[in-house]
Design a protein around this ligand. Sequence first.
Ligand code: HEM
Length: 479
Amino acid sequence: DLRRRQPGEPQLVTGWLPFFGVMLDYAKNPLGFLRATQQKYGDIFTCKIAGKYLTFIMDPFSFPMVLRQGKNLDFHTFAMGFSQRVFGHADFTSPVYSDSYKDVHSIFTQTLQGLHLQHLSQTMLDNLQTVLQRCLPSESSWREEGLQCFTHRIMFEAGFLTLFGKKNGVLQSETVGMCMQKAKQDFLTFDQAFPILAAGLPISLCVRALRAREALAEKLLHGELHQRTLISDLIQRRMDAFDCMHLDETGKARTHVCMLWASQANTLPAAFWSLYYTLRCPEAHAAALAEVGQILQDIEDHDTPISLSTEQLDSMTVLESIISEALRLSSASIMIRVANDDFSLTLDSGKPQAIRKGDYIALYPQLIHMDPDIYSNPMEFRYNRYLDEMGQKRTQFSKNGRPLKNYLLPFGSGASKCPGRFFAMNEIKLFLTLVLWYYDLHLSDTNKAVLPDSTRAGLGILPPMQDVLLRYRENGTDL
Ligand code: HEM
């Protein structure tokens, strides 16, 4: 490797392994590695990782300078390359598709906000109630189940039905349950392979993951989807758009697997952590129960269907703060942009840095989320961190006395900001509301504190290292 640092370029950190560079040190503990390298070289440096050059920007006040560089820094090429390799769909950046794909992309924002969002959230609430009603244990008996299993079982099915609709005809509820069980298992098998797929292993070498992905695609063939009712506008409009693009049927189905993954892979662990921290922290649990009780005060019993207005959902600031805090503690995504050209990037300090064409710029939001100058005792869960003195949403955070705009980035920012973020927050709020309303829930005393599994760092919300035991039974209605 002949790359040498040129004048005006960031410090180059290559390590001693020829191709891998500093990959091993980075992969072992990304946050620790980045902090140690920052100590040595300051707020910007370029690391060689698996044959690629990644320039890390460490100073949160410089994040906006990167995010605003739409012209020189491209998000879609990198994301599409990865998505195409993992999901096996067409290359939508190719000239054959790129124009119509722009329209497909705009469907996200059109169908995940405003009135569509209201509708989607109400459908999710209905589906959560259906799933929970089916499994309600009898009042007096305690049940035990892993908290992760519990969350996956409820959220996967309700989320799936909300996007992809329900099967036509009257099916036995056990048959529906079994179908979902299989889809959930396929989803988890496929998702487990993500770290090695992200590291570059071709999916053809991960036979189990490939089979699981194809099994999911079979369920999402247009022929199958046509037999379902109450399909979301998001999926319906994607189906129509793909039909006009003359893709083959399997190719269309694989884009729906991609959408299924985007809608579930982060939401499931985020829902887990939100409930986990609520149950572990008595003050959080009490405050959440009080808020849910207040919202559902007119509901008489568990058989009364619940519906919530947007205003009611938005007024649940305690649950929102709990979820934000859970996201802060468990999110480890990486935001990557590719330099289209040689250009000069000016950081917050005013210093220009020369960036080479083809290099990657990487932002690692966990540096912000775990920064003790922004969040005191950053490892600690504080349910009210995102509440102000009035109990409203807190949005003022600062570092070294200077106000900071980007203080919480689990959904990314700029061109790659998650279009499903409002729906995701609503889904988790609804999940917490209903399980706290229907059930009396406790973590079993035998559980030790469980930590996020950082082998998935870079891929979004980290799952727990292991499951924890939950004890629950149907609640009396006197919350
Ligand atoms: C807590 C839950 C969620 C988290 C933390 C999350 C996070 C993210 C992040 C960080 C990205 C950007 C990825 C990148 O930079 O490469 C992203 C993209 C995306 N998310 Fe989410 N997400 C969540 C839930 C959802 C849901 C529920 C949906 C849809 C129903 C969704 C749909 C998408 C889509 C379609 C993209 C790709 C956008 C694009 O290509 O421009 N997400 N998400």
